[in-house]
Structure formats: C-alpha cells, structure tokens
Design a protein around this ligand. Structure first.
Ligand code: KG4
Ligand code: ZN
Length: 340
C-alpha cells in the first residue's frame, strides 16, 4: 500500500498551525505559531486581530511544515483543514489557504471538525481502542464524545454556558492574574486549601452536560462580598476551592459515562488537560475502574495544533469524506455531521 501523506491546517482560534502526518499516526512536522503574546494585553482573544495574524503567518507556517517534512506538494495525498467550529474570520484563512493549495496541486480537500482533531491527537501517541470516550476541555470547548469506531462521533455531553478553560480565565481575571489564567490558578491551587464550598453543577439526573457559569459567578460574588465586609480571602484557598469544583464535576461525569457506555479507552484533550488537579484525579479514578486505558497526549498535542487535524483528516481520507472548492468555514459546525 502507498504511504498516506496528509498536510493539515488549523486556524480556528489564536494558533496558526500546519503539519504533515504520515499514515495517520506519524508526525513528520508540526508547526505552531501562537498569537498568545499579542492577545495577552487585551485579556483574551480579539477575533479581528486573530484573523490578521493568521493572514500574516499562514504561508510561512505551511512552508515550514513542508520543509521540515522534507516533502514536495506533489508527494502529498490530501489537504486537511479545520472547517469549524471557531472564530469565523480565523477559520476562513485556513480554509482558503487549503482550497488554494488543493486546487493548485490537484489534491483532495478534507474538511475536519476541530474537536474531531483534538480526539485524533491521541492516535499520534497510541492506537485508539474502541469504544472510547474523549473529554475535550479547552478555552472554547468542554465536551464528552463517545466513539464506537473510527470517524464516528457521538457528543454525549457539552457545556451549556462557559467552557472549563473560559471559567478558569475569568476567575483568574478576578484574581488579577494574566491571560490565560488557567495555569496560574492551577499553580496557586496547590498552595491553598479547598475550604470554600463552591457549587457543583451536576444538572439533571443522568445528564453528561456541564455548566460553569454559576460557579464562576459564585467565585466572583465571594470575592466581592469579602471585599465589602473588609475581609480577606486567601487567593490560594479560592483557587483550590474553585479547582476542586471544576475537577470533581469533570471527572465524575467522565467516570459515569465510562461506566454507562462501557468504553475501553478514555482520552483527555484540550488546553485544560495540562491541569495537574484534573490529570491526577482523573488518573486515580480511571485506575480504580481497573480495565480502562487512559491516554493524555503530551501538551503540544493537547493544545491547538495541525497534526491532530492531519491525523483526523487521514481517517476521513480513507473513509472518502472530501469537500469540493465551495467549502466554507462553519463556526458552528456539528461534529456528528461527519458520521457515515
Ligand atoms: O486548547 P487550548 O490551548 O486553546 C483553546 O481554547 O482551544 O486551551 C487554552 C485554555 C485556556 O483557557 C487556559 O487557561 C487553559 O486552557 N489552561 C489551563 C491550564 N493550562 C491551560 N486550565 C487549567 N489548568 C491549567 N494548568
Ligand atoms: Zn482547541
């Protein structure tokens, strides 16, 4: 069988990324130009600036990915690109670049869902074992996805308001920490005690959905009330209590889903996978179940990158999921629309 070489492009948020993956599992290059420094001064991602930065970076990043992979465009089997979800102006830059390259080099164009990509980052580390469950937690997403086989996704739970990372970033802002605040809270949490009883949003019985906006408001109210009373709360205790609430809900819902869906493997992905509290607690609880495999890809594959898009695109290539040159970015793309 011929080797499959897929070039992936990802521009859904604030990372301009391109990567080449061989046979769906082997990274030949994985180039990421992060815009975090630019957005930091605004305390969050500014969509207009993100689009402009993608335009500046996209060609350089793609050329660098091809150079590192030591391939010519004529060696490629296909072009995979994040079609959505994400910031529409940002997505468009990647989609247009992919279309131009697909047209110029007569390559099949493969549309990829960003969360499908996050899940397929796993395959660059270890072969997937089905059925599996993925917990994708980032600044933009909090989702539990069940997969019975390659390329088939079922979203069994998602956030009804803020994403987990978004809640971290907002709480960090209240504590006057720089953006993105997740890593700062995580660090601080280890110096404090979880002695403030913040709410856990379990939602209706049996629901795998999440909600973090109530928790975020509870943290903000606690800080403001203390200020009004002239009391001081140790920021480390606040961070530890907030983190305990987020981690408990994420982990317990994942464990319940593992049991209900009888999965063989659990994958943790997205930027919040860096969280020490989440990693430790999830590892402990999954270990207790006995026969379930937990995979946490290295951080550079958990955060936004294009190798994950190429990895997911490789499966779509094999399944014949292609787009023509009328492909458009879709900021609210449905993951299940790719199921065949
Ligand atoms: O996946 P990612 O790099 O970008 C997207 O949002 O797609 O995730 C970034 C998010 C930010 O909200 C950041 O605060 C959060 O991941 N994050 C963390 C940690 N490291 C990054 N949240 C909690 N604990 C961490 N250690
Ligand atoms: Zn992401």
């Amino acid at each position: 069988m011929n080797n499959l070489y897929i070039l992936g492009i990802e521009t859904s948020c604030d990372e301009t990324a391109a990567a080449v993956v061989k046979n769906g599992t082997q990274i030949l290059s994985n180039v990421v130009a992060s815009q975090i420094e630019v957005h930091k001064r605004y305390g969050g991602v500014v969509p207009e600036i993100a689009s402009r930065k993608h335009v500046e970076q996209i060609t350089i990043v793609i050329e660098e990915a091809m150079r590192q992979a030591k391939l010519n465009f004529s060696d490629l089997s296909g072009m995979a690109v994040t079609q959505g979800p994400g910031l529409v102006g940002a997505l468009l830059i990647g989609v247009e670049a992919a279309k131009a390259l697909a047209f110029a080099h007569s390559l099949p164009l493969i549309p990829v869902h960003h969360i499908g990509g996050h899940i397929y980052a796993n395959r660059l580390v270890k072969e997937m074992k089905f059925p599996l469950l993925a917990l994708v937690v980032s600044g933009g997403h909090t989702e539990l996805v069940y997969m019975k086989e390659h390329g088939h996704f079922k979203v069994i739970g998602e956030t009804r308001d803020d994403a987990a990372g978004e809640a971290y970033d907002k709480v960090a802002r209240v504590l006057s920490m720089p953006y993105p605040g997740g890593p700062h809270i995580d660090r601080l949490a280890y110096e404090g005690e979880a002695n403030i009883d913040f709410p856990r949003a379990w939602l209706e019985e049996g629901s795998f959905d999440f909600s973090f906006s109530g928790l975020k408001s509870a943290v903000i109210n606690t800080v403001h009330n203390a200020e009004q009373r002239g009391e001081t709360i140790k920021p480390a205790d606040l961070a530890a209590s907030f983190q305990a609430s987020v981690v408990e809900v994420l982990v317990e819902k994942t464990v319940r889903a593992v049991q209900e869906y009888q999965v063989n493997q659990v994958i943790l992905a997205g930027g919040v996978a860096a969280n020490k509290g989440l990693r430790n607690h999830l590892t402990k609880r999954i270990d207790e179940l006995g026969n379930v495999d937990l995979v946490i890809p290295p951080m550079n594959l958990c955060t936004d990158n294009a190798a994950m898009i190429a990895a997911c695109g490789s499966i779509f290539f094999e399944r014949g999921i292609f787009a023509d040159l009328s492909l458009n970015a879709n900021p609210s793309l449905d993951l299940e629309s790719f199921n065949r």
